[in-house]
Ligand binder design. Structure first.
Ligand SMILES: Cc1cc2nc3c(=O)[nH]c(=O)nc-3n(C[C@H](O)[C@H](O)[C@H](O)COP(=O)(O)O)c2cc1C
Length: 208
């Protein structure tokens, strides 16, 4: 089957990409996400490209408030250290950098270490993990299409998260995400608006 997309389709895809945002606790709502929609979002992740079609991802949905609170306490510890690293920049301390408790649900995205040789993963070991990141991006975009926000929280020690979630040693934590409806999606990344970073332009692309 050869599906031809239209200009209107392209415009929609572009809009979803441009209007995807990282969402934190100051914008999340607790509104319930229907299971059907949650499944659609996870299905989008599940159809991502993967090295040797290994699909090395595993998803753990976390509703449990006690576990989420434990993860949040770990975030606080890690962010205390991060605040010291950025102490010259007053902005850092005022940034909301997670939405663990405010979001509807959390999602741990794991990489399952291969039990056999994987086609394409023989020279570059990390390509399995990169495949999981492709799945996360699919999920992020599909969530946005459903007007659902996603926030990637990396100010966490994977070892601590794995312990709290009872994840065994065959899995590596790739991402800890907060997912939920939002009161607003910013039109640009917050860190751009705050002048923390500038957006790269295509002029930086090299042709050789
Ligand atoms: C791998 C990865 C890790 C991230 N970790 C964090 C984080 O710990 N806390 C946070 O507030 N944002 C985090 N972000 C979100 C980025 O800050 C955000 O994507 C960036 O500022 C661009 O904004 P946008 O996603 O809204 O376009 C992370 C994003 C990625 C891709």
């Amino acid at each position: 089957m050869r599906k031809e997309f239209t200009k209107a389709d392209i415009e929609i895809l572009k809009n979803i990409m441009l209007q995807r945002r990282d969402v934190r606790g100051n914008r999340f709502l607790k509104t319930q996400i229907d299971d059907e929609i949650l499944n659609e979002i996870l299905n989008a992740a599940n159809c991502a490209p993967s090295v040797g079609f290994s699909q090395p991802w595993k998803f753990i949905l976390i509703k449990d408030e006690t576990k989420r609170d434990k993860i949040y306490q770990e975030f606080l510890k890690e962010n205390k250290k991060a605040k010291k690293i950025f102490e010259d920049n007053k902005l850092y301390a005022n940034l909301k950098l997670e939405g663990i408790k405010e979001s509807y649900i959390n999602l741990a995205v794991l990489y399952e270490k291969p039990k056999k040789s994987i086609l394409g993963q023989t020279s570059q070991k990390k390509v399995g993990e990169y495949s999981v990141v492709c799945a996360i991006q699919n999920l992020w975009l599909m969530a946005r299409a459903y007007n659902i926000g996603v926030g990637w929280i990396s100010i966490l020690k994977p070892k601590k998260v794995k312990k709290i979630l009872n994840i065994d040693k065959n899995y590596k934590l790739i991402a800890y995400l907060a997912i939920g409806y939002v009161n607003e999606f910013l039109d640009e990344p917050e860190l751009l608006k705050l002048n923390w970073e500038k957006r790269k332009t295509l002029e930086e692309i090299q042709t050789i």
